[in-house]
Design a protein. Structure first.
Length: 163
């Protein structure tokens, strides 16, 4: 089955008497424009999104007919969980994670990142509270910052000067 666009979200989708079939994806597959996987019921699904910037979100409805609705589920993975204690800590964690080109997620008062041993050691060594847990990475931390500098005068310096 070829799917080229999302058709809704389970929270606002009229299910009626249809059953749900789940397309389980890993966090790193959510931004792929081309993906081939099988649903839990064994339906072969090929995703091919032509638009830029489309990403899968937990609960996205990809297909529906009279009997079934195919819905996206993001699988839990081993993650770093960092409580957001202060603005200075958040800025430092965001900066270091960005320097390592790792994605960062947020959930309530926590920052989440896919487990990365060097980042884990850096956080522990810096005295940050960090835990390893199985978590779903659902809410990516997005930025609109265009540039990036490694020496003085960068975004981190500006944030820290306000704290």
């Amino acid at each position: 089955m070829l799917i080229q666009e999302k058709i809704g979200h389970i929270g606002s989708f009229e299910m009626g008497t249809r059953r749900t079939d789940v397309l389980a994806v890993e966090w790193y597959e959510t931004g792929k424009r081309i993906l081939r996987k099988a649903t839990r019921d064994g339906v072969d699904v090929a995703l091919r999104f032509f638009k830029e910037g489309v990403s899968l979100v937990e609960g996205d409805v990809l297909y529906a007919d009279e009997g079934v609705v195919i819905v996206v589920e993001i699988l839990p993975c081993e993650a770093l969980v960092i409580p957001m204690v202060s603005m200075a800590e958040v800025a430092a964690v965001c900066y270091e994670t960005g320097n390592r080109h790792l994605p960062l997620y947020h959930e309530e008062e926590e920052l989440l990142a896919p487990f990365d041993a060097p980042l884990y050691r850096w956080l522990e060594g810096g005295g940050y509270v960090v835990k390893r847990e199985m978590r779903k990475l659902l809410y990516p931390l997005r930025t609109t910052v265009a540039g990036h500098m490694h020496a003085g005068g960068g975004l981190l310096s500006k944030i820290l000067s306000r704290v």
